[in-house]
Design a protein around this ligand. Structure first.
Ligand SMILES: *Cc1c(COP(=O)(O)O)cnc(C)c1O
Length: 388
C-alpha cells in the first residue's frame, strides 16, 4: 500500500548531499582511500574521567528510572556554576536551566512553544539546517538573514524590513558559527538585544561552539549582555566541548518564562535525559578542564595545517578563530557542488557544498577538521595535484 507523507515532509528542501553520498559510497566500494572532511563530528574519544563516571552511575539502579522532565537538579546546578565560572553569568538552576537530550533536540522543539501557523521567524542562511526545518514543521515562515563575507558572516539587522521585524516572533543566531566559522563580538550581541527589545522578539542563541576556540580567544555568551535574559535563551551542548556527540546531552539557559514554554513542549514529547548521562555531564562540567585545552590544541594544529595547505594551492579561506570548520571559497569558475565533486572524484576528499546550508553558501565548501594532521597533510598533497 502506498501512504502519502505529510505536507511538512514534502516541503523539506531537496537533499543536496545525496549525490555526494552516492559518489562517496561508490569510491569506497572501489577501494579508494577516502578522506572525510564532511561531517562535524569529533573523531577524538570522550575524556576518560567522564566515561568512568558514567560506568559508575549506570551501576546504580536509581539511575534506571525515568529522569525528571526538566533535568536532574544536580546537573542544572553544575550548569549554573559553569556559566558563572566561564561567563560571569548568574542563573537560577531551577527556573533558568533546562536539560536537553542534545541541543538539537531543544532547538528542534523550541518553535512549537512560540510559533503559531503563519508566524515569522528570523533565520540565518547559510546555517545549521535545523533552524529552518523546525520553523517549517511548526507552521511558521522563515525570513532569511543572509550571512556574507562582506559583513563578517553576521546578519545585517538593518536590512530586515520594519514590518517583518514587527511581525517576527523569534530569531536564531549561532556564534561561533557553523558552517562559516565566524565569531561575534559584544557590539553585535548588543545590537541583537536592542533589536529584539524594540520589536518584541525572542532571541535563541545556539552557543554549541563557545569552547572550541583558538589562540586564547574566548567567545562570549549572549547572556553576558545586561538585559539579555529579558528576551533570550542560549542553547549549549556537551557534544563538541567534551567529544560527547553520541551521548546526547545539552542544555538551554536564560529567560525562565521562555524556557518554561520549551519545558512544556518537551514534557509532552520526551521523558528527559538518562540520569547516568547527566551525572557524567556533571563530571565533565565540574572536572579538570585540561581535556578542553587539549581539544583546542589538537584542532588549532589541524586548522593551521589545512589553512596553510589551502592557501598554498591558491584557495583563500579566512583563518577561523573558533569552531572546527574551514569555510573555503571555491576556485573561480566552480560552484559549490562542482568543487565538492572535483575534490571527491579526483582526490577522494569529502567536503560539504556550502550551498547545502542555504543559497548564500554558494561559492564555498565547508571542511571539518575531524581527521588527524597526517590525513590533512595527505589531503593537501592530493589537492596540489589537481588543476583548478
Ligand atoms: C553540533 C551542533 C550542535 C550540537 O548538537 P547536539 O544535539 O548538542 O549534539 C548544535 N548546533 C550546531 C550549529 C551544531 O553544529
Amino acid at each position: 500500500m502506498a501512504f502519502e507523507k505529510a505536507e511538512r515532509l514534502k516541503r523539506l528542501p531537496p537533499y543536496l548531499f545525496q549525490e555526494i553520498d552516492r559518489l562517496k559510497a561508490e569510491l569506497m566500494a572501489r577501494g579508494i582511500d577516502v578522506i572525510n572532511l564532511g561531517v562535524g563530528d569529533p573523531d577524538l574519544p570522550t575524556p576518560k574521567h567522564i566515561i568512568e563516571r558514567l560506568q559508575e552511575a549506570v551501576e546504580d539502579p536509581a539511575t534506571h528510572q525515568y529522569p525528571s522532565y526538566s533535568g536532574m537538579n544536580d546537573f542544572r546546578v553544575s550548569v549554573a556554576r559553569w556559566y558563572r565560572r566561564r561567563f560571569g553569568v548568574e542563573l537560577d538552576p531551577v527556573r533558568e536551566v533546562l536539560t536537553l537530550i542534545g541541543s538539537k533536540e531543544g532547538i528542534a522543539h523550541f518553535p512549537f512553544a512560540f510559533i503559531n501557523p503563519g508566524d515569522v521567524a528570523l533565520v540565518p542562511t547559510p546555517a545549521y539546517p535545523v533552524y529552518h526545518t523546525t520553523i517549517m514543521f511548526a507552521g511558521g515562515e522563515s525570513h532569511f538573514m543572509p550571512l556574507v563575507r562582506e559583513n563578517r558572516f553576521l546578519p545585517d539587522l538593518d536590512a530586515i524590513p520594519a514590518e517583518v521585524a514587527r511581525k517576527a516572533v523569534l530569531m536564531f543566531i549561532n556564534y561561533p558559527n557553523n558552517p562559516t566559522g565566524a565569531t561575534a563580538e559584544r557590539a553585535f550581541f548588543e545590537k541583537v538585544l536592542d533589536f529584539a527589545c524594540t520589536n518584541g522578539i525572542i532571541v535563541c542563541h545556539d552557543a554549541a561552539y563557545t569552547e572550541m576556540a583558538f589562540d586564547g580567544y574566548r567567545p562570549m555568551s549572549f547572556l553576558e549582555i545586561p538585559g539579555a535574559k529579558d528576551v533570550g535563551i542560549e542553547f549549549h551542548s556537551l557534544s563538541k566541548t567534551y567529544n560527547m556527540t553520541g551521548w546526547r546531552l545539552g542544555f538551554a539557559v536564560g529567560n525562565a518564562d521562555i524556557l518554561d514554554g520549551l519545558g512544556q513542549i518537551k514534557s509532552n514529547i520526551d521523558s528527559g535525559a538518562f540520569n547516568a548521562v547527566q551525572m557524567a555531564g556533571i563530571a565533565a562540567l565540574e572536572g579538570d578542564q585540561s581535556c578542553v585545552t587539549e581539544m583546542q590544541r589538537v584542532y588549532r594544529e589541524r586548522r593551521d595545517t589545512l589553512i596553510e595547505g589551502l592557501r598554498k594551492v591558491g584557495l583563500t579561506p579566512d583563518l577561523p578563530k573558533a569552531t572546527f570548520y574551514v569555510w573555503c571559497p571555491t576556485p573561480p569558475g566552480y560552484s559549490s557542488i562542482q568543487f565538492t565533486s572535483l575534490l571527491l572524484r579526483e582526490a577522494g576528499i569529502v567536503t560539504t557544498p556550502g550551498s547545502g546550508f542555504g543559497p548564500p553558501g554558494e561559492g564555498y565548501v565547508r571542511m571539518a577538521l575531524t581527521v588527524d594532521k597526517g590525513r590533512i597533510e595527505e589531503a593537501v598533497k592530493r589537492m596540489e595535484k589537481l588543476s583548478f
